[in-house]
Each structure stands twice: as C-alpha cells, then as structure tokens.
Design a protein around this ligand. Sequence first.
Ligand code: FES
Length: 141
Amino acid sequence: MRSARVGIEAKSLDAGPIKSSERFPKRALGLTKMLSGFVRAAKTSDISDGTMTSVAVEGEEVLIACVGGKYYAIHNKCSHQGGGLDQGELLADRCEVMCPLHDACFDLRSGEPTAEPARIPVKVYAVRVVGDDILLGPAGS
Ligand code: FES
C-alpha cells in the first residue's frame, strides 16, 4: 500500500524509561547516530494498520509503518540509490517494505535488506506509543 506524506515535524519529548520489549537487534545499534532521545513524530490516527507514511525528524526522513497493530520506523531512503521507501509497497505479510525504484526490500524490524539490489541495511529507530502519540528514538534505546 502506498503512503501519504503527513508533513509532521517532530518535537522533543522526555518519555521516561524504555521497556525491554522495545530493544532492537544488536546489529542495528551502530547504524543510527541521530536522535539523542525520544521525539514525538506522529499520531496513531495518522497511520492505520497496514499503511505507512514518512515524517521529518530532526532533519531526517523516517518511514513509519503499522503492521499487525505494531509500529516500525526505518530511514526513508533506500540504501541502494536513495529511493523514497514511503513511495514503495508495504509488504505487511513479511513485515517488509519494497523500494519503488528497483524493488529492493527491507525488513521493518531490523532494517536489513531482504532482496537485492540493496545490500546495506537502513537505519532503524526505536518506537514507543504513548497515548495517541508515536515517539521515535535511537535504535537500541
Ligand atoms: S533505489 Fe531502492 S532499489 Fe534502487
């Protein structure tokens, strides 16, 4: 499913301690160097189950997708040649997104490429939902 841009500018937010269930795979830890803390990025009402959108967070474009009621966030630029992943296809049954330019696929949970031509993972962001707010933070937090 294709997405619509929402044009949300994130705001800083101290969201408190992180639950252990929000941890991400160790390989993704070194991939994200932005976001020193959690920032409000979108509303849950902006992204219904089985859809995705992009938001601007501290100067970076982030793709947020909702699969099975859970939210995932990865960098919105394909690691192959920079295709906008939000313009691609959400493959909800595999929890992946397909790039619109050359059909590379990325796992939304890990950022790992699952289909060529991309071979380099994309950044993964930690996601928290507080009320109706979707917060993004650095991977591994
Ligand atoms: S730019 Fe995404 S597959 Fe080429």
